[in-house]
Design a protein around this ligand. Structure first.
Ligand code: HEM
Ligand code: HEM
Length: 473
């Protein structure tokens, strides 16, 4: 049965993941330096901050994150259901139409074509392409589920299904638009309705692209790699259903004090606070599984990055609900604090789990021992220190920014009416963020070299130890 599994498609997704990760992070680092040294915009429209930013966010979310998620779908789903994917042809159509979309996204965004909706910037022809390959993938996955040999559907599969079903619903509704030319369209929604739909989408993109599939990855790789059962299956089921139910209502926390109904804002705040419970349920379930193999963490790259991922997941899912409290949001909204929160989740949780997955997959897919655990250790430290520098500098910057915006003198006039004065005050923290991001990127490049050397040894044999399963396991 094992030989029927299509590892080639998983390898293709691994290449896609590292390519887009590199591109997105280079764009992120350049954007971070541009915010400190505007001269780095170089008077070139296609790399100006306004164009680079959506290239970075789309590249990181729909390039880097989506690719490692799809690599996991094609690796884990056949193994969990004990049957190969339903159609190799559909797997290939999915891959190549996805690659075409991402290339066209980079080209059109750098030319300035955008719907001006965050995380939904792509113009309508590309939206249609996204829907096409998503449906192709969904058909392939659901047909595989239908012909499965394993009756029991393990919780990781539930997390994957939640992603596959919810993302197209969000994507299609938020992108409903009237075309007004080949690369120009107008949203069918307007005003505060448009904002509400946009943040119902934006927030749930966080939920169903940056959270549920990543939890599915944790539930697959962690027990497989440690060969230990997950700490509690009951908790995994309870937190799955409560997480997907609660997330969908929390979007209005992006629109606190905006002209949407007050009850909707309160709803968003309350559901965000309730989200701590299922988020921490998942985090603790992961931690308690990981601690059963704690003596291995020091020497194993996959487990090290799981530790990073779970720590930052716990942190950002505590911080997020706090930021959703109205009084806190008056200080944090639109400041660098939000950017710090985003990257605690993006670099720590998503990045950490993606690296854990790559260290798990590459030796198995190429049947070779990881070139160097020592380099993986260096990657671990550069990434961890990089994330901490990034997040802490953004906390300081964001709180400084929020306090300066609201500071008033004895007469009640703004103390810093001159915007640029505030921007100047934030420069040192933003420089620290750019350096933290560069460190994170440097760690990533070390991993690339390590994986490249591993792949060069393809076929040399994947060493089995008490932790590692054999190539055929
Ligand atoms: C080398 C690492 C990275 C650096 C230096 C970096 C830098 C940046 C910068 C400078 C911004 C714009 C901030 C602003 O407008 O004030 C940004 C935004 C963003 N980045 Fe990154 N980034 C990195 C990695 C990532 C990764 C891996 C992800 C996702 C998996 C990600 C997701 C985002 C998102 C979602 C935003 C938009 C945040 C918002 O609008 O609130 N970034 N990043
Ligand atoms: C319980 C879980 C979470 C809650 C309740 C939550 C809540 C929040 C809140 C209140 C904001 C600020 C909204 C604003 O003032 O504009 C925010 C922004 C954001 N969060 Fe979270 N968060 C959670 C977890 C996460 C995780 C795990 C990630 C990433 C992996 C993440 C990614 C983001 C992004 C990308 C934004 C910026 C959106 C934008 O303005 O562009 N969040 N979140």
């Amino acid at each position: 049965m094992q030989s029927e599994y299509d590892n080639k498609i998983v390898r293709m997704w691994v290449y896609s993941c590292v390519t887009w990760a590199l591109a997105a992070m280079l764009a992120g680092v350049l954007a971070a330096f541009q915010l400190v040294f505007p001269i780095m915009n170089a008077d070139l429209s296609f790399i100006s901050f306004g164009r680079l930013r959506p290239i970075h966010t789309n590249g990181a979310i729909f390039g880097f994150t989506a690719s490692i998620v799809f690599a996991t779908f094609y690796y884990a789903i056949p193994r969990l259901l004990r049957t190969p994917m339903w159609s190799r042809k559909l797997s290939l159509i999915h891959f190549w139409s996805y690659i075409a979309t991402i290339i066209l996204a980079v080209v059109t965004l750098s030319m300035g074509y955008t719907q001006s909706k965050e995380y939904a910037e792509l113009e309508w022809p590309l939206d249609i392409l996204v829907c096409f390959w998503w449906v192709v993938m969904a058909i392939n996955v659901f047909m595989t589920i239908a012909k499965r040999q394993e009756k029991h559907m393990y919780v990781a599969v539930w997390f994957f299904i939640a992603t596959i079903v919810t993302v197209p619903v969000l994507y299609i509704v938020n992108n409903l638009a009237v075309p007004a030319g080949f690369l120009k369209s107008y949203s069918v929604f307007s005003g505060s309705t448009d904002a509400s739909i946009q943040w119902w989408y934006g927030h749930n993109a966080v939920a169903f692209v940056l959270t549920t599939p990543i939890l599915g990855m944790m539930y697959y790789y962690l027990p497989k790699h440690t060969k230990l059962p997950i700490f509690s299956h009951r908790v995994s089921i309870v937190h799955f259903w409560s997480l997907v139910f609660l997330y969908i209502w929390a979007g209005p926390h992006h629109l606190l004090y905006h002209p949407i109904p007050d009850w909707a804002q309160t709803l968003g705040m309350v559901f965000s606070l309730m989200l701590i419970a299922p988020s921490w349920g998942g985090m603790l379930n992961g931690f308690l599984t990981l601690t059963q193999a704690k003596e291995k963490i020091r020497t194993d790259a996959t487990l090290k990055f799981m530790l990073v991922a779970l720590t930052f997941y716990g942190m950002s899912t505590f911080e997020g609900p706090m930021m959703a409290i109205r009084a806190v949001n008056t200080l944090s909204h639109n400041t660098d604090w939000t950017i710090g929160h985003v990257h605690g989740g993006a670099l720590g949780w998503v990045g950490g789990m993606a690296f854990a997955a790559l260290y798990y997959l590459v030796p198995r897919l190429w049947n070779a021992k990881l070139h160097s655990e020592r380099l993986a250790e260096i990657h671990f430290w550069t990434a961890t220190i990089g994330i901490l520098v990034y997040v802490v500098s953004m906390w300081v910057s964001g709180i400084t920014e929020g306090l300066m915006w609201r500071a008033v003198d004895a007469q009640g006039s703004l103390q810093y009416p001159d915007w640029i004065e505030i921007v100047r005050a934030l420069k040192p923290y933003r420089l620290a963020r750019a350096l933290g991001g560069s460190l994170f990127l440097a760690g990533f490049c070390i991993m690339l070299y390590n994986l490249y050397k591993t792949i060069k040894n393809a076929g040399s044999g994947f060493e089995t130890s008490d932790l590692r399963e054999g190539a055929k396991a």
